[in-house]
Write a protein that binds this ligand. Sequence first.
Ligand SMILES: C[S@@+](CC[C@H](N)C(=O)[O-])C[C@H]1O[C@@H](n2cnc3c(N)ncnc32)[C@H](O)[C@@H]1O
Length: 367
Amino acid sequence: MDIEIRSIDNIKGKGLFAKKDFNAGSVIFEEDPIVCCQFSWNAAYGYKACDHCLRPLESAEENARRLTAKPELHLPYSNLCRTDKSLITSCSLCDIQYCSTKCQTAAYNQYHRTLCFERKSDLEDHPLYQLNEMWKQMHYPPETSTIMIIPRILATIQQAVNPEEAQAQFLQFCHRTVNDDSKIAHKFLGDKFVDQISTLHNLLVQAMNPDRISHFLTQEGFQTLIALIGTNGLQQQLSPEEAVKLDKFIDKLYEDMDKHSGTFLNNEGVALYSLQSSCNHSCIPNAETTYLHNNSRLSLVALTDIKAGDEISTSYLDECTLQRSRYSRNKELTQNYLFACTCPKCELQAHDPDVTSDEDDSEEMSE
Ligand SMILES: C[S@@+](CC[C@H](N)C(=O)[O-])C[C@H]1O[C@@H](n2cnc3c(N)ncnc32)[C@H](O)[C@@H]1O
């Protein structure tokens, strides 16, 4: 392994460090998620993805046709699309689709044996179905996560050969206090919906057999899980096929898609990664996460040259927020991740006045 996880201090916790030099542009490591799940509205709006690895189940051309409502549309180089529909398979009991029998077997062995709805006929009475519907009412797009990853985490623990080990794997994501967890859970659900936390909690309790996971089904345990996916869940966006990156064509395509499908352009979901979850934030990151395999496999790519011993960091902020003032950046980091950044850029700007960027000002005025 060319990287290691080391403890830094009480504030930052642990971090990811390079054990060798990496050139800018090189892949530092790749990993599959411990667990991932497509966003609820993303699935409801017809983006067909493998239920286990999120690989698109439609070709890039079919995707573009559906999203633009233009059945005659032809994509250039559509023969380069890597979606092999001959491998698609589905669960014989609940009809959920997978890109291959490999994913179907992996899902069944990891969590699907516990979570399968079994009969389509009484689907709407199933507490997991109701949990998803309740979540959708609380989280209109753009989505940042889905509650449905929580039953997957719990079923993974229940089905594991060694449940203690599986549980420890998830608990490594949490190094906060009960109070912090509750703050994050409230922020994550949004002011309007904090009262609904007990409804979500009750539906989860009804849906899951408490065997081996009873402590996660308490109110506190549930908030820990919400905080876990809120601060560690990586949002995934799998872009349409590389081969169609012909700028003019793409611009027009996106314009047409936007008219017909709004923001539902990509296959999106949330995932928990073991190594990636140890990567801390910096406002001048030396690495970024990408998805080079058209599924949930993550690649961490160096943005700059990295020397052996350097800490590897990514930005938790989107491009736009990253360009804002130190005050604006830290406002977002404090609210969403409960820390203030002390990276060299923040240190350099430490004496800047505590004002938001112009863009924030206009956003705040319109709120
Ligand atoms: C995905 S985890 C990163 C790994 C984490 N350091 C740990 O020990 O588990 C995200 C959490 O790490 C901490 N963190 C990340 N970047 C930080 C930074 N630049 N300064 C202080 N804390 C940071 C925050 O507590 C944040 O909620």
